[in-house]
Design a protein. Structure first.
Length: 95
């Protein structure tokens, strides 16, 4: 049977992590969730890193005609996208 897996260099193979690496990943996830929860509470209902929540709120605010709140949310999502693009460019062109 032929191997149907893509031959792209971007394919990432699964690997087994050590207990320490798993603990580190879980700790980072918990920290990110905590930061997002605190940010949500402190920023009046805007997520720091949970962009799907922000885009959902953006759609609701647009549907309700709340232009000011929709603009704030669109700005947050837009800045997140720009930051992601800049981070990717830095990674691609870093020496």
């Amino acid at each position: 049977m032929a191997d149907l897996a893509p031959r792209s260099p971007l394919v990432i193979r699964m690997q087994t992590l050590s207990k320490g690496a798993c603990l580190f990943a879980v700790s980072l996830s918990a920290l990110a969730g905590g930061v997002d929860a605190i940010g949500f509470l402190q920023l009046g209902g805007h997520f720091v890193s949970f962009m799907s929540g922000n885009t959902t709120q953006l759609a609701v605010e647009m549907a309700n005609g709340n232009v000011r709140e929709a603009g704030i949310l669109a700005g947050i999502v837009g800045l997140f996208v720009i930051g992601t693009m800049l981070g990717t460019l830095l990674r691609l062109f870093a020496i």
